[in-house]
Ligand binder design. Structure first.
Ligand SMILES: *[C@@H]1O[C@H](CO)[C@@H](O)[C@H](O)[C@H]1NC(C)=O
Ligand SMILES: *[C@@H]1O[C@H](CO)[C@@H](O)[C@H](O)[C@H]1NC(C)=O
Ligand SMILES: *[C@@H]1O[C@H](CO)[C@@H](O)[C@H](O)[C@H]1NC(C)=O
Ligand SMILES: *[C@@H]1O[C@H](CO)[C@@H](O)[C@H](O)[C@H]1NC(C)=O
Ligand SMILES: *[C@@H]1O[C@H](CO)[C@@H](O)[C@H](O)[C@H]1NC(C)=O
Ligand SMILES: *[C@@H]1O[C@H](CO)[C@@H](O)[C@H](O)[C@H]1NC(C)=O
Ligand SMILES: *[C@@H]1O[C@H](CO)[C@@H](O)[C@H](O)[C@H]1NC(C)=O
Ligand SMILES: *[C@@H]1O[C@H](CO)[C@@H](O)[C@H](O)[C@H]1NC(C)=O
Ligand SMILES: *[C@@H]1O[C@H](CO)[C@@H](O)[C@H](O)[C@H]1NC(C)=O
Length: 672
């Protein structure tokens, strides 16, 4: 039967939900990894590819629509957002805009760097790398294009459920600073709840799934050099693999995204902090080991190694999402709204209570930023929880950078300032001032686009901040993390006082959270009062004219003596039994192919996006790079005849980049 506009049981939302690869870019150029700010973590191959997943939801009469994109990158960057918005405008006019498009990063720490424009990231990411930026912008655009083309009428259902034993709070001593009256309202110091939207077409067939869960995708630690979407990415991969039977990763129509939430202080490494040298616990306020200091204090687990941990957590998230999807019956119905404005976060006056105001500060990073976390330790002798600077490091800072103004020092107290990013502007500003404040609503669902990493309690305060509702009962407020622009962390005022890593990285000072709550409430109010058009647009963020700069050494490729590009250096064995690793040595992107006796064709069963394959690329001396392809032959592999192919590129000392390919001998898989 047909239906009226608000009868969501028929002909409700149109949903398009495809994805596209953020091309893994690793031929002859080296790219720095993004997330750990560890200079040693450069890209050296691919475990799983990175995808952008786009969801478009429209009203039945298509009067209004909203877009949510979850991209498997470290964080959304202002540069990427501005470029995507520009492309959307030139292609779709006023259909997709800054107010109705939310771009979010999953926060994998094993993706490429080089796509953020502020100077701090030009340093940690070793440049602005045009190929990296373009791949991300084009990948996101492509996912939105496909979603746009594939929209069909459907319905959306919401469900929630707890995922147990998958997280720990990595700064429990900060969390403990929050008032007891607040803490006793929650059974855990992390949010264990997964919130999930299930999208179906009018026949009830699944189209896609979009969920949010608070966890750092840092199961893969900074010793990893393979591009990977980490734990949440593996969960998406499994969900899609199951529905898109027989297709290679990223190729089916069913799309499942696990997007970031308030994961600021949430580690997936569940064994808990211990000293890697002595094995004893370092579960103390400074995450400090008696021998070796803070750099020895790390957390790992739950698996035997980082691949195993990624697999275990991905599996857990996959199972919960699948269960929630199968049991989602509460329908999301009602009108769609979106509201957005830009705010200078260095300059917000916060009404703390009826008598007092506070102010946000120009951006600055504290000493404990350099200490890193138990998921990835920092440098030198920095420790978390530092409330005072040292003359030595203050001196280094003053010499290399600048000395923070008294005003900025005062504003950030008790944070001792290590990098006064807000007062550094050469060659470009070091941190963003102008931040997106954006909310989109779909019926009773409000998605708050958080421009950074909210800690558990910060996320709860934002979620529960009495958003004025627009006449819809029982609002479901989602804090979607790492959206639109990266501003590091947001702790509560109380957590800030302890100055662990997350607090030292709360760049706009102690009142950052209060400012966001005030700003997001105002935007929610404009939706409720239908005064969105009165929102001042705010100061536009800058787009710096930075030409491509890759600070990593330029590379070229040569072959070993008497070898050509594509030659096999170490071939496969001729036969493998049961579960084993098949590996070979040479260059770049790969396929694992099985011979199909009936048709006489080779059928591609795995590629470099597959969990079962690992592609390692190593730059050797004199331009001689080698690649090793590993296929972790699964128990389910059909007996038969197989071969492995690779498709690479090389760059001679002079001249164009050339492509080449190479093929292993054929080999046989036999039953155990
Ligand atoms: C990363 O994990 C591996 C195990 O997969 C472990 O051997 C290594 O010590 C870890 N590295 C760091 C820096 O935590
Ligand atoms: C943001 O506000 C600060 C403090 O008032 C000011 O110094 C800065 O120039 C402003 N930033 C922009 C981009 O307008
Ligand atoms: C308002 O906040 C200030 C600063 O936090 C505090 O000192 C004061 O007691 C508060 N006043 C009221 C009425 O809560
Ligand atoms: C860190 O090392 C520097 C230089 O060796 C020293 O001056 C400083 O006191 C040390 N700081 C701490 C907190 O140990
Ligand atoms: C900052 O404060 C110090 C000590 O309080 C004072 O000596 C100095 O002149 C001040 N600097 C500026 C630029 O006001
Ligand atoms: C950007 O900079 C380049 C030189 O680095 C210059 O040629 C170009 O005109 C600049 N573009 C704009 C829009 O300013
Ligand atoms: C390369 O080939 C030449 C001629 O066939 C041969 O003499 C030489 O030993 C080979 N070198 C190596 C390293 O295989
Ligand atoms: C494939 O065909 C060959 C020759 O036609 C035959 O010897 C072989 O047993 C067949 N393999 C399978 C798995 O059917
Ligand atoms: C592999 O390389 C050869 C020689 O350059 C070329 O002719 C062939 O088309 C390539 N095959 C594929 C599948 O790219």
């Amino acid at each position: 039967s047909s239906s009226s506009v608000w009868d969501r049981s028929q002909g409700a939302h149109s949903t398009g939900a495809p994805e596209s690869a953020l091309a893994a870019n690793s031929f002859s150029g080296k790219i720095q990894g993004m997330g750990y700010a560890n200079p040693a973590q450069s890209a050296g191959g691919i475990h799983t590819r990175l995808f952008s997943r786009a969801f478009i939801v429209a009203e039945p009469d298509d009067f209004k629509r909203v877009v949510f994109v979850s991209a498997e990158i470290g964080m959304m960057s202002q540069r990427v957002r501005l470029e995507v918005l520009k492309k959307l405008k030139s292609k779709y006019g006023e259909l997709y805009r800054k107010d109705n498009v939310v771009l979010s990063g999953t926060h994998t720490h094993s993706g490429p760097a080089g796509y953020l424009q502020y100077t701090l990231y030009l340093i940690t990411g070793k440049g602005l790398i045009q190929s990296s930026l373009n791949a991300i912008v084009n990948g996101i655009m492509k996912s939105i294009d496909i979603a746009h083309q594939n929209m069909k009428r459907g319905r959306i259902f919401i469900n929630r459920g707890l995922v147990e034993h998958s997280q720990i709070n990595r700064s429990p001593f900060s969390y403990q600073q929050n008032p007891e009256s607040e803490r006793i309202r929650y059974s855990s110091n992390t949010d264990k709840e997964m919130v999930l939207l299930k999208m179906v077409d009018l026949k009830g067939e699944d189209i896609g799934l979009l969920s949010w869960f608070a966890i750092h995708p840092v199961s893969m630690n900074y010793s990893n050099h393979l591009v990977t979407s980490d734990n949440v990415g593996y969960a998406s991969y499994l969900l899609e693999e199951e529905k898109n039977k027989g297709l290679l990763p990223g190729q089916g129509s069913y799309v499942a995204a696990i997007a970031a939430a308030n994961e600021g202080d949430v580690s997936p490494n569940t064994k808990g902090p211990h000293c890697i040298n002595t094995g004893e616990s370092c579960d103390n306020p400074h995450s400090y080991c008696p021998i070796g200091g803070a750099q020895m204090c790390v957390t790992t687990g739950p698996g035997l190694n980082m691949f195993d941990s990624t697999r275990i957590l991905g599996q857990k998230l996959y199972e919960k999402a699948k269960e929630l999807s199968m049991t989602a019956f509460q329908e999301i119905e009602g009108p769609i709204f979106s509201a957005h404005h830009w705010v200078n976060m260095s300059d917000v006056t916060v009404q703390l209570n009826s008598t007092h105001t506070g102010k946000t500060c120009k951006p600055a990073l504290g000493y404990s930023f350099a200490a890193g976390t138990i998921d990835g330790t920092g440098f030198f002798n920095f420790t978390q929880g530092s409330l005072e600077g040292t003359p030595f490091w203050d001196g280094v800072r003053d010499f290399l950078l600048t000395s923070p103004s008294n005003e900025t020092q005062e504003c950030h107290k008790p944070k001792p300032i290590l990098i006064p990013t807000g007062e550094l502007s050469k060659p470009y500003p070091w941190h963003a001032d102008i931040v997106d404040i954006q909310i989109i609503t779909i019926g009773s669902l409000a998605i708050v686009a958080a421009p950074g990493e909210f800690t558990t309690m910060s996320g709860r305060r934002l979620r529960e901040a009495e958003f004025e509702s627009h006449g819809v009962q029982g609002m479901n407020v989602i804090v979607a993390g790492l959206c639109n622009v990266y501003t590091h962390y947001i702790t509560t005022y109380e957590e800030y006082q302890a100055q662990r890593y997350e607090a030292a990285s709360t760049i706009y000072g102690p009142h950052t959270l209060s400012a966001y709550i005030q700003l997001f409430r105002a935007v929610a109010k404009s939706i409720a009062k239908k005064t969105v058009h009165d929102l001042l647009k705010g100061p536009e963020p800058p787009l710096f004219n930075i030409s491509n700069t890759n600070l990593l050494p330029k590379v070229f490729d040569l072959t070993p003596l008497n070898k050509s590009f594509g030659d096999v250096l170490q071939d496969v064995q001729l036969q493998y039994r049961g579960v084993s690793i098949s590996s070979m040595t040479d260059h770049t992107f790969l396929t694992v192919e099985k011979y199909d006796n009936s048709s006489g064709n080779w059928q591609v069963l795995y590629n470099d996006a597959s969990w079962e394959t690992r592609f390692h690329w190593k730059k050797g001396v004199l331009g001689r790079s080698t690649a090793r392809i590993e296929w972790y032959i699964p128990q389910t592999a059909e007996p038969g005849v197989y071969k492995i192919q690779y498709f690479g590129h090389y760059k001679p000392l002079l001249g164009q980049v050339n492509s080449f390919n190479g093929t292993s001998s054929v080999f046989e898989i036999v039953r155990l």
